[in-house]
Ligand binder design. Sequence first.
Ligand code: GAR
Length: 195
Amino acid sequence: MKVAILISGSGSNMVALAQSMTGDHPARPCLVLSNDPDAGGLAKARAMGIPTAAVDHRPFKGDRAAFEAALLEPLQAAQPDLVALAGFMRVLTADFVRGLEGRMLNIHPSLLPKYKGLNTHARAIAAGDTEAGCTVHKVTAALDDGPILGQARVPVLPDDTPEQLAARVLPMEHQLYPLVLRRLAMGDRRPVSLP
Ligand code: GAR
């Protein structure tokens, strides 16, 4: 099974996924693709020997269809069985998602269905939540929606800042995403709960 990983930033989830795909793991990374040519994760992927590509979204000036057509070129060339969004910060159109329906995963830093979109940790703190976490789900046309494949929970501590909470959630993302991917690659679709 070949996995393409889409990133926008530092790519720590990409690294966790890529490092997990060794040995008897049934999947291998085939491409790391970014909408930002300067994304830190691209250099990390290159250092791991994974093919990379970047399609800068900025010249498309909001023309999502044209951007996505350009994004599809390196993606289709890599022929992935699965596409893993890992901190990919562009909203994808329904058309793009439809082409990959059932074969695209995302990790989101909240306990979905709570806090779709941005600033999830600040919103969890502002709401007085006592727990937060992250979710891996299948991507559907609706933002941060789609069947949940796994969740990991952490406590929200008194006086947490969004940064402190993010620093507690991120290591759980690095455990959850590889675990969900491995189980999916082995044909196990039962939802995962961590810890
Ligand atoms: C992660 O926390 C991920 O859950 C989040 O961006 C971060 C990327 O970090 N994704 C989203 O907010 C998607 N809407 P990384 O580049 O180090 O993996």
